[in-house]
Design a protein around this ligand. Structure first.
Ligand SMILES: CC(C)(COP(=O)(O)OP(=O)(O)OC[C@H]1O[C@@H](n2cnc3c(N)ncnc32)[C@H](O)[C@@H]1OP(=O)(O)O)[C@@H](O)C(=O)NCCC(=O)NCCS
Length: 276
């Protein structure tokens, strides 16, 4: 996967990215990805009473992890105040709720398991690969703060791997905006709907928590070179499973998951990987 996004200014990259949303209604009316995810955040916060501080904790945690990842775009820790006092982008999302514009590339070698040792001494097994899709426009969705494609792809992946949420040691989710991580961990079943804000603020998604989420720093701190992000998530899980993730290593990692989103949830791909 590869993406070079910084050759153009933010206005042009924003317009290009909006091509992954509904053009006819959303794009034509001027909606951008920060704007669309802001609507999801408004809806979610209204329904489940998540606080602004709980939402900001997603970015604080991801910057903490990014500070322990030598290939992250942002390698600095931040505080709640950094997020809460940053520039407003699309209410309630501020600059530090957004993934940045990034150049990046990532690669994996996929081989039949019986030949994998020809290429590496530490092969990682693909336990499940699942994909699901939904309507491209938010206004066609059953519920805009639940990504049904995430729910479906997650369930398919767990079924294929014969595993449950309890078996996953860490997960890389698509936190293109802080609210996206909140929705993802609920829709994948790591916590109940409406509770991810508290779950995050209680440290359950941090390194050492119940389910470490985005140990790489996620899209927020590691960066979001759109076409490279899904592969980069796989690379992070592979490093974790090989025990080579350095200061962000999850102890005894055996099984990991990746969750990659297209648009606001029009397509979702979920993978489960395990040590051989
Ligand atoms: C949030 C966003 C609008 C900011 O763009 P911008 O205002 O043009 O920002 P600039 O590139 O001019 O950067 C201004 C400063 O903010 C910093 N910055 C930019 N994006 C940042 C982010 N997401 N988090 C933290 N800091 C950020 C830059 O490093 C720069 O800092 P400096 O002045 O110290 O050098 C842009 O990053 C964006 O659109 N992000 C979302 C991308 C997206 O939609 N991806 C697809 C999702 S599915």
């Amino acid at each position: 996967g590869v993406e070079k996004m910084t050759d153009v200014g933010s206005d042009e990259s924003t317009d290009t990215l909006t091509g992954a949303a509904d053009r006819e209604w959303e794009g034509f009316m001027g909606a951008t990805f920060p704007g669309l995810y802001a609507m999801i955040a408004q809806d979610y916060m209204h329904k489940y009473h998540m606080t602004r501080e709980q939402l900001a904790q997603v970015a604080v945690k991801n910057h903490f992890n990014g500070a322990r990842n030598p290939i992250a775009q942002f390698q600095s820790e931040i505080t709640l105040d950094t997020v809460l006092k940053s520039t407003m982008v699309a209410e309630p999302l501020r600059l530090f709720d957004c993934s940045p514009v990034t150049d990046g590339a990532a690669a994996v070698i996929v081989a039949p398991l019986d030949r994998a040792r020809e290429f590496t001494d530490t092969p990682i097994k693909v336990l499940a690969t699942a994909q699901a899709s939904d309507s491209i426009a938010l206004h066609d969705r059953r519920d805009i703060s639940t990504l049904d494609a995430t729910v479906a792809a997650g369930q398919r992946a767990f079924k294929m791997a014969h595993l449950t949420q309890k078996d996953i040691n860490m997960v890389e989710v698509h936190d293109c905006f802080s609210i996206a991580e909140i929705c993802a961990i609920e829709d994948l079943g790591f916590c109940k709907k409406g509770t991810a804000g508290k779950f995050t603020a209680d440290g359950e998604t941090a390194l050492g928590g119940k389910i470490p989420v985005n140990t790489s720093g996620g899209l927020k701190a590691c960066g979001h070179p759109v076409g490279a992000t899904g592969i980069k998530q796989v690379c992070e899980i592979v490093q974790q499973l090989r025990g080579t993730a350095g200061k962000r290593q999850v102890d005894g990692a055996k099984v990991g998951m990746t969750h990659n989103v297209g648009g606001t949830g029009a397509t979702v791909a979920v993978h489960i990987l395990g040590r051989v």
